[in-house]
Design a protein around this ligand. Structure first.
Ligand code: SAM
Length: 240
C-alpha cells in the first residue's frame, strides 16, 4: 500500500474487510444524543450546523460509518507514519465519540483503551472509560484496561474554549503536557505518540522533552483538518 495512496481508497478497501458497528445512527450518533437544531438562533450555532451539513469530511464520515470526521485525520497520520500495526496496543486520550478508536481497530490494533469526559457508545473490542484524564488514577485505569504498556498513545484531547486567549492557551498546553508525560512514562521502547497541538501555541517545553525522549518529532497538518483552524498534530516516533 503506497504512502501517497488517497485515504478514501485505503479506507474503503479496509472497510470492506471489517465492518464495525457504530452503536448509533448512520451519522454515528447514538440514539437520543442531543444535537443542535435550527431552532438555536445564535449565529455561531447556525454556522456550526451549516458547516457540519456541508463539510465534505463530515459527509464522508456519515457515508462510511465513521463516528466523527476526526477519523480521517488519524487515517492520514497513519498513512504517512505507519503507526498502527497489526497487534498494536493503543491508548486514545479524548476518544469521544470514537472515530479514532474505530480507525485503530479497523487497521488491526489488538487492544484499544480510550478515555473521555463524555460517555462513548460501546465499540466492540475497545475498552472505553468515562473520566477526566487529568484526575489521579485514570492513567493506571487505562493501563489496566489495556492489560499492559501501549505501543501507541494518541491524544486528540481538546477543552471547550472560553474565548480568553491566555487561559485557553494555558489549557491547551496543559493537556499536551499531561498526554506527553503519560506517553513518556508508559510507552514501550520504540513506541509512538501523537498529540493534537495548535500552531502559534508555545509548546516549547514539551517539544524539548519529546525530542529528548523520542528519536524523531514532527508536525503534521492533515488535509482533513480545517484549513482555517490552527490545529496541527505533533508526531513523536521511536521512544528511546
Ligand atoms: N478523536 C475523537 C474522535 O475521533 O472521535 C475526537 C476527539 S474531540 C476532538 C476531543 C475530546 O477531548 C472531547 O470529546 C473532549 O470531551 C475530550 N477531552 C477534553 N479534555 C479531556 C480530559 N481532561 N479528559 C478526557 N477527555 C477530554
Amino acid at each position: 500500500m503506497s504512502e501517497n495512496e488517497k485515504p478514501a481508497e485505503k479506507t474503503q478497501e479496509r472497510r470492506r474487510m471489517v465492518r464495525l458497528p457504530t452503536g448509533g445512527t448512520a451519522a454515528g450518533r447514538s440514539v437520543g444524543t442531543k444535537i443542535k437544531t435550527a431552532k438555536d438562533k445564535r449565529p455561531s450555532s447556525q454556522a456550526w450546523i451549516k458547516r457540519q451539513l456541508t463539510d465534505k469530511w463530515s459527509e464522508r464520515a456519515r457515508a462510511e460509518g465513521w463516528r466523527s470526521r476526526a477519523a480521517f485525520k488519524l487515517i492520514e497520520i497513519d498513512n504517512r507514519f505507519n503507526l498502527i500495526k497489526k497487534g498494536s496496543r493503543v491508548i486514545d486520550l479524548g476518544a469521544a465519540p470514537g472515530g479514532w478508536v474505530q480507525v485503530c481497530l479497523d487497521r488491526g490494533a489488538q487492544e484499544v483503551a480510550g478515555v473521555d469526559l463524555l460517555m462513548i457508545e460501546p465499540i466492540p473490542g475497545a475498552h472505553l472509560i468515562q473520566a477526566d484524564f487529568t484526575e489521579p488514577g485514570v492513567d493506571q485505569q487505562l493501563i489496566d484496561a489495556l492489560g499492559g504498556r501501549p505501543d501507541l498513545v494518541l491524544s486528540d484531547m481538546a477543552h471547550n474554549t472560553i474565548g480568553h486567549r491566555q487561559t485557553d492557551h494555558l489549557k491547551i498546553i496543559a493537556l499536551i503536557e499531561i498526554a506527553a508525560d503519560f506517553a513518556i512514562r508508559t510507552l514501550k521502547p520504540g513506541g509512538n505518540f501523537v498529540s493534537k497541538n495548535f500552531q502559534g501555541g508555545d509548546a516549547g517545553g514539551v517539544l524539548a522533552r519529546l525530542r529528548e525522549e523520542f528519536e524523531t518529532v514532527k508536525y503534521f497538518k492533515p488535509e482533513s483538518s480545517r484549513k482555517d483552524s490552527a490545529e496541527v498534530f505533533l508526531v513523536a516516533l521511536n521512544k528511546k
